[in-house]
Design a protein around this ligand. Structure first.
Ligand SMILES: [Zn+2]
Length: 327
């Protein structure tokens, strides 16, 4: 822990969570292997592939904005002819309108459906869609897209470069860090969990994850899978201790304000159950001290609602011979 001038405690960030330094230009562009480049501002990541006569762009986060095109132009003057959307979210494709109108936009069907609903001029509806997989073969490069079902967002797809052994999957794997808030804001927690195994089923060495400071590896995927399994175990434990937290909530805030009652009960269960996970991962994955309880609580609700795991039902013991529902 370090302390700010105002006495706020900031957990230490493990060395493994710190990537290459971003130059004063505000972006880092690097060739990973044979034409495949990643671009980052230290918080967001996108990519592009240089082919014989053209460029395939993948995502354009607003945090980088026009710097994406500048990064491409640092490397090549070839025209951008294809634009891949990994998923529909504005924070990853919100500035794809910087690419030429003539460039073909490619995304999964679910992404198309979401973008049609949004009708956001900055995120044009894709011209080409696919259901399970799609392959682009241009100018000596092969780029595959694969969809393995809903995860962080419906439509969120793998982008795979088989020859370079590079895999891109955005908003699921967080190299060196635990996932972002509410389990990476996942629309489908079961799908999010399954995507660790789906990722490892690809033959790859390097991963572009869409966020944070560095590229990922297979080990990062395996490490996060272990962390997420621990979170799932903690959430199961939180369900087990919910009956006692029910009593705690009733005795501290009462039951008249029903939202306050449930919030107190849930948060007490998650806070207690997350403790061993935070102890285990502190110093190994950045952010666990900050989000371990949040992840446990998110998983708790997923178990309860998606998987129908029920907290053990106990009825409050009558205190004076009458039901506690009777005030
Ligand atoms: Zn997203």
């Amino acid at each position: 822990m370090t302390q700010t001038g105002k006495g706020i405690e900031i957990p230490l960030i493990p060395q493994n969570a710190i990537g290459p330094k971003v130059p004063p230009s505000g972006y880092l562009v690097e060739e990973i292997a044979d034409g495949v480049h990643w671009v980052t501002d230290g918080a967001y990541q996108c990519a592009f592939v240089v082919c014989e006569n053209e460029v395939i762009a993948i995502d354009a986060p607003p945090s980088l904005g026009g710097l994406v095109t500048r990064a491409i132009r640092d490397v090549t003057s070839k025209p951008i002819t294809h634009v891949i959307y990994t998923h529909s979210h504005g924070d990853h494709i919100g500035t794809v309108d910087q690419f030429p109108d003539g460039a073909v936009r490619i995304a999964q069907q679910e992404t198309h459906a979401i973008l049609r609903e949004c009708a956001d001029p900055a995120r044009r509806i894709p011209d080409v869609t696919f259901k399970d997989s799609y392959r682009i073969q241009v100018g000596g490069q092969t780029v595959e897209m694969h969809y393995k079902g809903s995860n962080h967002a419906p439509g969120n797809s793998f982008v795979y470069l088989p020859r370079q052994r590079i895999l891109m999957l955005v908003d699921v794997i967080y190299p060196g860090w635990v996932p972002f808030t509410n389990i990476a804001q996942s629309k489908n927690i079961g799908g999010f969990m399954a995507h660790h195994d789906h990722a490892l089923s690809f033959d790859f060495d390097v991963m572009i994850t869409g966020h944070l400071t560095r590229l990922g590896t297979r080990l990062d995927v395996e490490t996060q899978r272990e962390y997420m399994r621990d979170i799932r175990g903690a959430a199961q434990h939180a369900l087990e201790i919910t009956p006692e937290k029910r009593i705690l909530a009733r005795d501290t805030v009462g039951m008249d304000h029903i939202y306050l009652y449930f919030k107190t009960m849930y948060e007490a269960a998650a806070a207690e159950a997350a403790k061993p996970v935070i102890r285990k991962w502190s110093g190994r994955l950045a952010g666990v001290e900050t989000l371990g309880v949040n992840h446990t609580l998110t998983m708790y609700h997923s178990l309860r609602l998606d998987e129908n795991v029920k907290p053990q039902v106990v009825f409050f013991p009558p205190t004076d011979g009458t039901s506690d529902h009777h005030h």
